[in-house]
Ligand binder design. Structure first.
Ligand code: ACO
Length: 445
């Protein structure tokens, strides 16, 4: 078959260069010209590449979506090679230093930093929606005393959809806004109820006089005192952690929110999918896994043996490595400094911090980690802070989920208003048998 060119589109610049990709299918000798837009080719443009008329057409195979852009997004910019993270264009370092979590949540949702009046309105709206229906306490009670709080959060945030059945009217902007407020406001309440449940302590109601992080500390730790007064330094450290976790473009949990949200389900169900994805040890569960790992290593002297196990493929150094960051994770740098601040307040310096620091030092100079471009990620130090705040390890991914809620919703809002988005439905390469004849049970070997 002779070579032929099928041009679907082409744009030329003054020098005659075209924003297209020429692909020759060596099975047929045909050449195709595919448009390149925003540094991508359309997956569906490959479909025209066929060996025969009844051929389905070429697909791309990419387990783990390592090189697939699934959406256009204006929420978070990430350059993994340069270690840059920006929310709506603002560098994470500036936001962590100068902003608050609620302001960052506003920024992620609305796209702009708020004015004083807008911020006050936003803060007020979130604050007056922190309570949950009394029945939530009842079903929380149904969990076993040793239930994982992330499982409780996953179940209870999904259950909120039953309290707000109109939340499925996702085409209505006012309705979407109401659920946005509710989700950001109620997540800390659900998380703290889960914590109280595993501790066997009574649930505490939100304190609307406190700020977002202060209220969360009160929900968690208030006992018999009439008014819980959070330490402003811990409040600030927690707020910074929420800011750092607020969004991270198309990570596993955000993709889960978008994937499930693409079916046009209500946002509580979509966010429950995000919590589920975050639960896993390769994602938000990594902070929990890091602390368990540090406890297992126990002393600096045990580090070389542990790292040998990693290099031999018997272990994984949790809190290291990232699909996107290949030089450093800017969030890890900020968290490392915040950990020192928290230890100053809580007094006792966690000896595991020294193990972590030494582990980082040795790993960063080790050939295996250099060759694999493995650096500490956001979760390497966050667990140590959470532990200093008196949280059990099971609560670590829950803390992550509180911060990430604003990012999940910002992505969900963007998706439901994006005319290009369709239901998420990847293809597969079928590897099983075909056309088998049903065998009666008595005739099966
Ligand atoms: N320890 C040891 N080796 C590692 C690690 C690690 N933490 N991470 C990656 N590698 C190695 C892999 O074994 C693989 O080696 P090979 O090429 O010789 O087979 C290579 O580096 C590439 O690793 P992948 O797993 O293919 O990288 P991927 O991009 O798929 O995974 C991930 C990224 C999941 C974050 C991985 O680095 C990991 O498991 N890290 C530990 C868990 C963790 O800290 N997760 C939190 C991530 S941050 C977040 O979600 C908030």
């Amino acid at each position: 078959m002779g070579a032929e060119t099928q041009t679907t589109d082409s744009r030329t610049d003054g020098a005659g260069a075209r924003d297209t990709l020429s692909v020759t299918d060596n099975r047929t000798g045909r050449t195709y010209e595919l448009p390149i837009v925003d540094g991508t080719v359309r997956g569906l443009d490959l479909r025209q590449i066929k060996v025969s008329d009844d051929d389905f057409g070429l697909m791309s195979y990419d387990p783990g979506y390592a090189n697939v852009a699934s959406c256009r997004s204006a929420v978070t910019y990430l350059d993994g090679e340069a270690g840059i993270l920006q929310y709506r264009g603002y560098p994470i370092e500036q936001l962590a230093e100068r902003s608050t979590y609620l302001e960052v949540a506003y920024l992620l949702i609305h796209g702009e930093l708020p004015t004083t009046v807008q911020l006050e309105e936003w803060r007020h709206e979130i604050t007056i929606h922190t309570f949950v229906h009394e029945n939530v306490k009842d079903f929380m009670q149904g969990f076993w005393h040793d239930a994982h709080p992330m499982g409780m959060l996953l179940g209870s945030v999904g259950a909120l959809s039953t309290f707000y059945p109109d939340a499925n009217e996702i085409g209505d902007p006012e309705n979407r806004y109401m659920q946005t407020i509710r989700l950001i406001a109620k997540m800390p309440t659900l998380a703290a109820f889960a914590f109280r449940h595993i501790k066997g302590q009574p649930y505490v109601y939100p304190d609307n006089d406190l700020n977002y992080a202060g209220n969360f500390l009160s929900l968690m730790y208030k006992m018999t005192e009439l008014k819980y007064e959070p330490d402003p330094r811990l409040e600030r450290a927690l707020d910074v952690l929420f800011i750092l976790h607020a969004d991270h473009e198309q990570n596993c949990s955000t993709s889960a929110v978008r994937g499930v949200g693409s079916s046009r389900v209500d946002p509580y169900s979509a966010v429950a999918a995000g919590v589920a994805a975050l639960y896993g040890p390769l994602h938000g569960g990594a902070n929990e896994a890091v602390l368990r790992m540090l406890k297992r290593i126990e002393r600096k002297e045990n580090i070389p043996d542990f790292l040998k196990g990693v290099e031999e493929g018997k272990e994984r150094l949790m809190g290291f490595g990232h699909r996107v960051y290949k030089n450093f994770d800017p969030r890890a740098t900020i968290i490392k400094a915040a950990a020192e601040d928290v230890f100053e307040v809580t007094g006792a310096r966690n000896p595991l911090l020294d193990v972590a620091l030494e582990l980082e030092k040795i790993a960063l100079g080790d050939e295996y980690f250099i060759a694999h471009k493995l650096y500490p990620n956001v979760d390497f130090y966050s667990g140590l802070i959470y532990e200093a705040l008196g949280l059990p390890v099971e609560m670590f991914p829950v803390m992550f989920a509180i911060g990430r809620t604003s990012g999940w919703i910002a992505n969900w809002l963007e998706q439901v208003q994006d005319p290009e988005q369709r239901i998420a439905r990847p293809r597969q390469i079928y590897t099983g048998d075909r056309d088998r004849e049903y065998v009666a049970i008595e005739q099966r070997g």
